[in-house]
Design a protein around this ligand. Structure first.
Ligand code: ATP
Ligand code: MG
Length: 441
């Protein structure tokens, strides 16, 4: 099998080869190339020791990134390439970091420490594909399988449990039954993995094309890191709006959401407060106040997972608003736009669409259709260039200051004028607005 290697990665393996070392591209980039996906980055594994790698490329073209782990970053064409010496991981004592790594002389040892068979492929122009663990067959049958004994591998490094869920989502692979059983059995060890690493995997997982299946299949691993979701599992909604239990609805909503990470994470957390709000009236299940309850929980979860502030605020706002009806009414839409801004408004529409689609009932689909009209109204507002923000109001703070307004009164009056303009009570015309405000001073 021939793979198109990235030009600079090929130069790196060539140079190492000419200097008498073995060198291969390895791991995710080989997997992605075989699958016809574009690799994000190209990693190289080599028999050269770190100082030998530095000697081959020169100090000014290399960064000693993780010498202890055998990694040297080689800069080519302004891009970083990680070049790592063949290694074997030593004992693991904290479920995450090997106590020490040992450099070894052959590729087979290096491939053995890699997490999944599809990630344990190496390639060089000279040797072609090196597949010691059946990775190619697993790519063909879309199977994620641990290299060696899955329990042993997950005991060494619990993060691999979540990586499995993530790869299953991103690659659209099923998880081999032994690997999957070991994930469920050992997922509690994930509690010892750092929040940052957990969150990185969750973010990749929710954006994967197969997120729904991964969330369903790997629910144990998900609940180990977000225990607040566990009560949603198989929680029957007893509602004419919903075809699925709360967790399946969530998993489906993540899968069908169109939008960035904020929208995906909002879907993951939008109903996390539902079980606590549940009550039945006349045989019908209700969840009053679950938007607010989910918001509280989402705040705790995203803080714990160390989400960035921007992601935290946007995601939790979407969770809080997800259940608030949007009427197809120009004034109401402009008010909402002035409150949350265009970007959040469009994300909220995406959230509502995903929520409705994942409810899986006819009446919910009707509501989803209504979102098209809301988007139409939004486009109309934009085309006309209607004013709904303070910055597009025809007067500003200095205008009001010139009229004699001071301090807080300026902001208050500007808001009042904006309200009048949004409501259509007055045109967004400078002279008109100044006249109105001058009467009040
Ligand atoms: P991505 O598309 O996210 O870059 P990747 O497979 O390249 O996926 P990386 O985290 O970049 O994943 O790691 C590169 C390679 O290193 C993997 O393909 C795998 O061979 C190995 N690897 C990474 N993390 C682990 C781990 N926790 N345990 C074992 N092997 C790992
Ligand atoms: Mg990679």
């Amino acid at each position: 099998m021939k793979i198109n290697i990235d030009g600079y990665a090929a130069e790196i393996t060539d140079s190492l080869g000419k200097a008498g070392y073995e060198a291969y591209v390895v791991g995710g980039c080989v997997r992605d190339s075989v699958m016809g996906r574009t690799p994000e980055d190209w990693d190289v594994t080599t028999s050269a020791k770190p100082e030998e790698v530095i000697a081959v490329f020169g100090e000014k073209n290399t960064v000693a990134t993780g010498l202890r782990h055998g990694t040297v970053t080689v800069i080519k064409g302004g891009k970083p390439y990680e070049v790592t010496t063949f290694r074997r991981d030593g004992e693991y004592s904290d479920f995450r970091h090997p106590e020490k790594v040992e450099f070894v002389s052959d590729l087979a040892e290096d491939l053995k420490r890699r997490d999944f068979t599809v990630n344990a492929l190496a390639y060089s122009e000279k040797t072609g594909l090196i597949d010691l663990y059946g990775g190619l067959a697993d790519i063909e049958s879309k199977t994620l399988r641990a290299v060696g004994d899955p329990e042993e591998r997950f005991n060494e490094d619990a993060l691999r449990i979540l990586r499995a869920a993530r790869f299953s989502s991103v690659l659209g692979f099923g998880i081999e039954s032994g690997t999957s059983a070991a994930m469920s059995k050992l997922c509690d060890n994930l509690k010892k993995v750092s929040a940052e690493r957990v969150f990185t995997e969750i973010c990749k997982l929710v954006r994967g094309k197969n997120a729904t299946a991964a969330l369903m299949d790997c629910h144990d691993a998900i609940f180990a890191v977000i225990p607040e979701l566990a009560p949603c599992y198989k929680f029957e909604q007893k509602s004419k709006w919903h075809r699925y239990d709360v967790y399946e609805h969530i998993a489906r909503a993540v899968g069908c959401a169109e939008g960035g990470l904020e929208v995906k994470l909002a879907m993951l957390l939008h109903d996390v407060g539902k079980p606590e709000c549940f009550f039945v009236k006349d045989g019908e299940g209700h969840f009053y106040g679950h938007g607010e309850k989910s918001y509280e929980k989402a705040r705790k979860i995203l803080r714990r997972l160390k989400a960035s502030n921007a992601l935290f605020y946007e995601t939790t706002l979407l969770v809080r608003l997800h259940d608030r009806p949007i009427k197809n009414d120009e004034r109401k839409i402009k008010r909402l736009l002035s409150e949350i801004g265009d970007e959040t408004f469009l994300r909220l529409v995406a959230v509502k669409r995903a929520d409705g689609l994942a409810q899986g009932t006819e009446i919910a689909l009707e509501e989803v259709k209504g979102l098209k009209d809301i988007e139409k109204t939004y486009r109309l507002i934009k085309e006309r260039g209607d004013c709904y923000t303070l910055s597009s109001l025809a007067v500003n703070g200095s205008d009001l200051a010139a009229l004699g307004y001071r301090g807080e009164a300026i902001g208050k009056e500007l808001s009042r004028l904006l309200s009048l303009v949004i409501d259509g009570a007055v045109e967004n015309d400078r002279e008109r607005l100044i006249k109105i405000s001058s009467k009040r001073i």
